[in-house]
Design a protein around this ligand. Structure first.
Ligand code: ATP
Ligand code: MG
Length: 380
């Protein structure tokens, strides 16, 4: 079996609640690795994963809450084993002209040598075996770390992990999810901060196709690589849209429809014990995402609405979307419920007063119920 030593970040700062975060993290790693023969365990601020399959390190690196993943070797607490292992590990490198540094930690205080003593000792050993190396304690090419626990743990190769907080450790939220580029990225950003994501999609079948729903399902499948098994919710907005369209001033259609989506999402949040909503809105990106437009939408719900992309440029969003593997799905052609009744003109500076006057012309309960009764919950 091979061994990974994993460092996690902010949750180390969580004081009394630390064990809750650690337990969540361990559970998350175990569940992400459930298809692989692997052992995950925790020991004083470190997580260790014993594994066989070469895909495991990448899966671990993609686990929210982790900062660094190190390829590690473990030997019994005897200097001879330590020396042999370090010699063997260094043989894998071209060392000519390279510098190194030894860094030792000794959580196991019953081990007789102190960390500085041990570092000096190992440094001397390395220099005697590999005279082409030199010591550089400030900018070493190779940082050789040794941790003294019930065994010696040694690592030279380390890879950054995604960071953030353990998934599902910071509440749950309904993600308004279209088939576009932005909303999966918004969900990812919040999930990375520990939010459990409940994706909700509005379609307008038969105006929108079955393929477009399948596309959103595929986006949710990709998100579940990071977030584990998910519930995917969808509703048919068509009848409500038709009614809005019949009675409203066309230029307000988009905001009226957004407010209805927000109310439906809030109701789902209430039903599923979620405190917040998430959208992929980005300021001024499209006509409905002006500050006035967003304010009018915001007012449709009491629930907090997170907009993690509000300050992002489209280019930044695309970069993340490519990195997390949703981009290729998002750019497939599809028909969005939002664009079924695309008005020829959108009011970019709506006032809440004008929007509320529009809503007075409609039976809001009916609009709500027509969509709500079509709610479907699927396991992904
Ligand atoms: P996206 O790429 O996420 O679709 P966008 O830039 O195309 O974003 P809009 O289509 O105006 O922007 O939508 C803004 C936000 O409203 C989306 O990010 C999403 O959170 C929500 N939204 C839009 N359409 C839908 C839909 N059909 N179902 C659920 N939520 C939606
Ligand atoms: Mg969209």
């Amino acid at each position: 079996m091979k061994l990974l030593l994993i460092k996690y970040g902010e949750i180390g700062l969580k004081g009394k609640n630390r064990h809750l975060f650690e337990n969540r993290l361990i559970q998350n790693i175990r569940s992400r690795l459930k298809e692989y023969p692997a052992q995950v365990k925790l020991d004083s601020g470190r997580i260790y994963v014993e594994y066989e399959d070469p895909e495991v390190p990448q899966i671990v690196r993609d686990t929210f809450g982790l900062v660094e993943v190190c390829l590690c070797e473990k030997v019994p607490l005897e200097l001879k084993f330590l020396e042999d292992k370090i010699e063997q590990m260094l043989q894998g490198y071209n060392l000519l002209g390279k510098s190194f540094k030894i860094e030792t930690k000794r959580p196991n205080k019953s081990y007789p040598r102190t960390s500085p003593e041990l570092s000096r000792y190992i440094g001397g050993f390395v220099l005697s075996k590999f005279p082409e190396l030199r010591v550089d304690v400030h900018h070493p090419d190779l940082l050789i770390e040794v941790e003294v626990r019930e065994s010696f743990y040694i690592y030279i190769e380390r890879y950054p992990a995604v960071g953030g907080m353990p998934y599902s450790s910071a509440g749950r939220a309904v993600l308004l999810m279209s088939g576009g580029i932005d909303s999966p990225v918004a969900g990812y950003q919040m999930a990375r901060r520990g939010t459990k994501i409940l994706p909700l999609h509005f379609h307008a079948q038969p105006f929108t196709s079955l393929e477009s729903l399948e596309k959103v399902r595929n986006l949710v499948r990709r998100m579940s690589y990071y977030m584990g098994p998910m519930n995917f919710y969808h509703m048919n907005l068509l009848e409500s849209q038709q009614l809005i369209r019949e009675s409203c001033n066309e230029k307000h259609f988009t905001i009226l429809q957004r407010r209805l989506m927000t109310k439906l999402a809030s109701e789902l949040a209430k039903k599923e014990g979620a405190l917040a909503l998430i959208t992929g809105e980005s300021l001024a990106q499209v006509a409905s995402q002006t500050m006035e437009g967003i304010s009018c939408t915001n007012n449709a719900s009491n629930r907090v609405i997170f907009r993690p992309l509000i300050s992002f440029d489209k280019e930044d969003i695309v970069t993340i979307s490519k990195a997390i593997g949703t981009y290729e799905i998002s750019i497939l052609p599809f028909d969005d419920a939002c664009t079924v009744f695309l008005p020829s003109r959108v009011e970019t500076s709506p006032t809440l007063g004008s929007i509320l006057r529009e809503e007075e012309k409609m039976d809001l309960d009916e609009l709500f119920n027509l969509a709500w009764k079509t709610l479907v919950k699927e396991k992904i």
